[in-house]
Design a protein. Structure first.
Length: 455
């Protein structure tokens, strides 16, 4: 019933070395996804070339590097990167690798400096990336050291949207704003509702023994909550109603970007993402009338900028007896092997939030998400076991099931952009994610745009 047809690929298909075509084992339009893609090293290598070398990736928020000289280390795709604000205030992103032998130039999480000195032989770079001094320079002969040509390697393109900084190694990628497409409308609701948000503290970073795709798959999945996090229901920290998070709207935007906007209990506490009234009053200054209404009707929202950047706007109790409180969490998964993933998690707070709300939001977030969070601990166990149970030679001949909502009609009355569906329980967001994955892996990225296959 769920066996994949692993027949040899016809020549026009994307064949693996065993002759299997990706198009035959990943069928998003039918809701069938081969388990093989969650562990196969060859598929993982292809992802490096066709997704991580080509796409746009989140590297940080502008509020993380507010001052000239600020510098933080990040992944850019799966490569190590440096996100810096140079002495003139210009934001820059480089490969964190010395031009001499490739040593990581910056080995701290963050610092403020005008210069970076490589710990291996001492080559020193300015925070513009320029190589200032090399080691033992008087021992190089004529033409042996061209310092002008040996600066840190910059990303091909850098873009920001509402404070979110993205970068790509791909000079042929469309500009960021074009890549975000109609998803920008929803990013604005979340990140510009009160005129701006900022990162509080530093991100939490930890590794999970899972394919990165099980984590991305989970992000707009609302219907796991009642089961996977049932201990919270038993403790009275989540509603004892299997449909409690299923009453919103799911939107499939352009380029594989997806989201849901979901109301909570029908009272004022759960309106407008639960934000304090002083913040809600700012919505009309920054959003249009339809966006204000969407924001007002939302308690929970999760979204994915394809492939691995997510937001989670949640209202939750953080501890027994605590009233539900809102927080805005940013997430990113960076694969470090086919079955190992580095998780990144940030808390954002509206720039105009008062100290009391900020404290409550922060405490609720750290108790619920991140490596010590109640929700994340449940989720991680699921992702790890999904990975382990899909590894074997028998398991990987079978598919996973993503059919919920295949026949659900489009909600033509939805006022926002994208294709909308009523109900926040459905797998249309995951199907859209895998469709973008398949396009990237088969026709290549961004060539699929010129091939007219992007939508
Ligand atoms: S590797 Fe950086 S100076 Fe040699
Ligand atoms: Fe979860």
């Amino acid at each position: 019933m769920t066996a994949v047809s692993e027949r040899p690929a016809a020549s026009s298909r994307t064949a693996l070395s065993n002759g299997i075509a990706l198009e035959d084992i990943v069928k998003p339009e039918e809701g069938l996804i081969s388990r093989r893609i969650f562990s196969d090293p060859e598929i993982y290598e292809l992802e490096q070339e066709r997704i991580f070398a080509k796409g746009w990736f989140f590297v940080g928020h502008e509020s993380e590097i507010p001052e000239p000289g600020d510098l933080i280390t990040r992944s850019v795709g799966t490569d190590p990167g440096i996100l810096a604000r140079d002495d003139e205030g210009v934001v820059r992103v480089f490969l964190n690798s010395c031009r001499h032998r490739g040593m990581r130039v910056c080995r701290t999480d963050r610092e403020n400096t005008s210069f970076l000195r490589c710990p291996y032989h001492g080559w020193a770079y300015k925070n513009t990336g320029e190589l200032v001094t090399a080691a033992a320079e008087n021992h190089y002969g004529p033409g042996e050291l061209d310092k002008d040509d040996l600066g840190l390697i910059p990303v091909a393109q850098l873009g920001t949207h509402r404070g979110l900084i993205f970068a790509t190694w791909n000079p042929a990628a469309p500009p960021l704003r074009e890549y975000l497409g109609n998803m920008a409308y929803y990013l604005d609701i979340i990140f510009n509702r009160t005129g701006g948000v900022k990162v509080l503290g530093t991100p939490q970073i930890w590794d999970v023994e899972t394919s990165w795709k099980f984590a991305t798959d989970n992000f707009t999945d609302n219907f796991h909550v009642f089961s996977a996090h049932h201990s919270l229901v038993e403790l009275g920290m989540l509603p004892n109603d299997p449909d409690f998070a299923g009453h919103g709207t799911m939107v499939v935007a352009e380029e594989g970007h997806v989201l849901h906007l979901t109301p909570g209990a029908p009272n004022d506490d759960y309106a407008s993402m639960g934000l304090p009234h002083a913040l809600r009053e700012k919505f009309p200054e920054h959003l249009d009338a339809d966006q204000v209404l969407m924001a007002a009707n939302t308690a929970y929202s999760a979204g994915t900028v394809w492939p691995n950047f997510h937001w989670l706007q949640l209202m939750s109790s953080g501890t027994l007896g605590q009233k539900d409180a809102p927080f805005l969490n940013l997430r990113m998964e960076v694969p470090i092997s086919p079955t190992r993933t580095r998780m990144w998690s940030w808390l954002l707070i509206d720039s105009d939030a008062d100290p009391e709300y900020t404290k409550t939001s922060y405490e609720t977030y750290v108790r619920t998400f991140g490596p010590g969070g109640i929700y994340d601990q449940d989720d991680m166990e699921n992702w790890e076991d999904c990975t382990r149970a899909s590894l074997g030679p028998a398991a990987r001949q079978h598919t996973l099931h993503h059919k919920m909502g295949l026949g659900r009609p489009v909600d033509e009355s939805w006022p926002g952009p994208g294709t909308a569906y009523r109900g926040s329980y459905g797998e249309m967001t995951q199907r859209s994610w895998y469709a973008a994955w398949l396009r990237s892996m088969t026709t290549g990225w961004p060539d699929r745009r010129s091939a007219g296959a992007a939508r």
